[in-house]
Design a protein around this ligand. Structure first.
Ligand code: CAA
Length: 286
């Protein structure tokens, strides 16, 4: 099995830009696909800012930053993923959008053994795998935000995923400096199955007027040593993404604890989706 040297990343939002940054820093040739020039520019800006920050904090040399940037290329055409050995899709958490991207990649990527991984947080991997002609080479590879910081990757083989695909994906995670755990192909996998009910409980606490966001967050930060409380974390993840994840989990299990509370839905409808929109449970500089 050749090690992966040519990686594709589809989507350059919060997760895609982080995955591309880490991969370029670890020496991979990374091609990023985005739909619009504006989205590509915003993603590249986020990635460059993160690398610059690494230089300012003394974690990276200017040379390492420049080499990483030189390993990145951008395209608007999934056809340009033809020579990739491994492609990770990190587009919006929506079943139809993800299926469309995977089907297009399946046609575009020439090597039939190339792997198509999805960074979905909650959509069953098998549902996405069977939309392609290579279900054996489709797998879940779930990163955590911010990708350059969080050590974990969940590897989620579907019923259709081959052992070789799982092993190659494990090898890639290692090459990217991540710790992998294997997770079941159940909506929410391991981490979100535990995290999402907790986050939704915090929203319900605000909604009912029981406690203020600041007090809830301080409670969990100072009382349980979490790096950030649940409402700040929701702002980081994006309330739109959190709602989509909760909906998938609710669809799978029909458990009330996964149902997005009305306040979450209203905030998403209002566009108050967290840091990326400048406003969520807290205000942020644009
Ligand atoms: N790139 C590289 N390094 C970064 C970074 C980035 N984008 N953002 C932060 N860092 C580094 C900083 O350089 C700093 O490192 P040092 O201490 O070694 O200098 C460290 O991370 C801490 O950063 P800051 O001091 O700027 O800020 P902080 O201490 O407030 O930490 C945080 C910020 C890393 C986000 C931290 O609060 C944290 O870990 N929060 C929890 C995040 C979390 O739970 N993520 C999982 C979300 S769930 C998910 O993603 C899955 C899903 O499906 C929804």
């Amino acid at each position: 099995m050749d090690p992966v040297t040519r990686l594709g990343v589809v989507g350059c939002g919060l997760m895609g830009s982080g995955i591309a940054e880490v991969a370029a820093l670890h020496g991979l040739d990374v091609r990023i696909a985005e739909t619009t020039p504006d989205a590509a520019e915003a993603g590249l800006r986020r990635l460059t800012t993160s690398l610059d920050r690494g230089v300012q904090r003394g974690k990276l040399t200017e040379e390492q930053r420049d080499q990483a940037l030189a390993r990145l290329s951008l395209t608007h055409d999934l056809g340009e993923m033809a020579d990739r050995q491994f492609v990770i899709e990190a587009v919006a958490e929506n079943r139809d959008i993800k299926s469309d991207v995977l089907r297009a990649l399946d046609k575009a990527v020439e090597d039939p053994q190339a792997i198509l991984a999805t960074n979905t947080s909650s959509i069953p991997i098998v549902d996405l795998a069977v939309t392609t002609e290579r279900p054996g080479q489709v797998i879940g590879m779930h990163f955590f935000n911010p990708v350059p910081v969080q050590q974990l990757v969940e590897l989620i083989p579907a019923l259709t995923t081959s052992q070789e695909t799982l092993q190659r994906t494990r090898n890639l995670a290692q090459l990217l400096g991540k710790q992998a755990i294997q997770a079941p192909d159940r909506s929410g996998f391991v981490v979100n199955a535990l995290l999402v009910p907790y986050l939704l409980s915090a929203v319900r606490m605000v909604e009912s007027g029981a406690a203020r966001p600041e007090d809830i967050d301080q409670g969990m930060e100072l009382g349980c040593a979490h790096p950030m409380g649940p409402l700040r974390l929701l702002d980081l993840i994006g309330l739109d993404t959190a709602q989509a994840v909760a909906e998938s989990m609710y669809e799978e299990f029909k458990e009330p604890l996964y149902a997005p509370p009305p306040l979450l839905r209203r905030m998403v409808a209002a566009g108050h989706i967290g840091r990326k929109s400048g406003r969520g449970f807290y205000p942020y500089d644009a």
